[in-house]
Design a protein around this ligand. Structure first.
Ligand SMILES: Nc1ncnc2c1ncn2[C@@H]1O[C@H](COP(=O)(O)OP(=O)(O)OP(=O)(O)O)[C@@H](O)[C@H]1O
Length: 217
């Protein structure tokens, strides 16, 4: 890798443990570069999802720093973190985490709300993505009327709508059929190839071996 490229996401001497449990991270450091996919692997309960939540500014470390584009961000205000999540990050969770009360289209364009952009203007972009990821359902449908594989591809459209510089995916293919799995991983690969920084938590050796780097927790 060309190390003159600067990391878009860094963890520096990170420590964290839930108050009810033992320490999960102790002085943990890593750098994540544009154009790469990193697999986070390790046995169950080692803290992979927790690390993703820390890197995605949903949890605050007990010590250490998270840097986004060389700026220290982990101790910023909730409002600043929310701004960063909306403008720099895309998230994909194992269970898709769609809002069941809203339509497919509203779910995909949800980030527009947090970015202060009109949802309508994002609709054509959303339709393009739904088409690209072969989500063959009417955008007015509710998440309860789509399959698990379609739900995860809808969540992928939501994550990629504004081409965020960093995509964090927590076992994004954990519950998927092979065809949906291939689409999701292919999309994350393309996102990295176009300059994004992608992290995938996975238990799949096959997916990990297709990534550029692997970090075992
Ligand atoms: N909100 C929480 N409060 C307290 N403990 C938690 C919380 N979330 C997770 N844990 C605990 O922290 C540890 C790490 O959990 P985490 O989900 O990060 O692991 P993981 O490596 O992603 O596991 P898996 O591969 O099974 O998904 C586990 O022991 C878990 O029970």
């Amino acid at each position: 890798m060309n190390r003159s490229i600067r990391p878009s996401l860094e963890a520096q001497e990170l420590s964290f443990g839930y108050s009810s449990g033992s320490s999960l991270l102790d002085n943990w450091s890593a750098s994540f570069y544009p154009g790469t996919i990193t697999a986070l692997t390790g046995s169950s309960g080692r803290g992979k999802s927790t690390l993703l939540y820390l890197l995605g500014l949903m949890l605050t470390p007990s010590a250490g720093e998270i840097l986004v584009e060389q700026q220290s961000v982990s101790y910023r205000s909730d409002a600043e973190k929310a701004w960063l999540r909306a403008h720099r990050f895309g998230f994909v969770f194992q269970d898709a985490a769609l809002d069941i009360t809203r339509s497919v289209m509203d779910n995909v364009t949800e980030t527009a709300l947090y970015r202060g952009e009109p949802r309508k203007a994002s609709a054509s972009r959303a339709l393009d993505l739904l088409d690209r990821f072969e989500v063959d359902v009417h955008p007015s449908r509710k998440p309860s009327q789509v399959s698990g594989g379609q739900a995860q591809r809808i969540a992928l459209c939501r994550a990629l709508l504004f081409q965020p510089s960093i995509v964090l995916a927590d076992e994004p293919t954990g519950n998927l059929d092979p065809a949906s799995s291939k689409i999701v991983i292919g999309a994350l690969r393309e996102h990295a190839d176009s300059g994004g920084t992608v992290l995938i938590v996975t238990h799949s050796p096959e997916i990990a071996s297709g990534c550029d780097n692997e970090i075992v927790l």
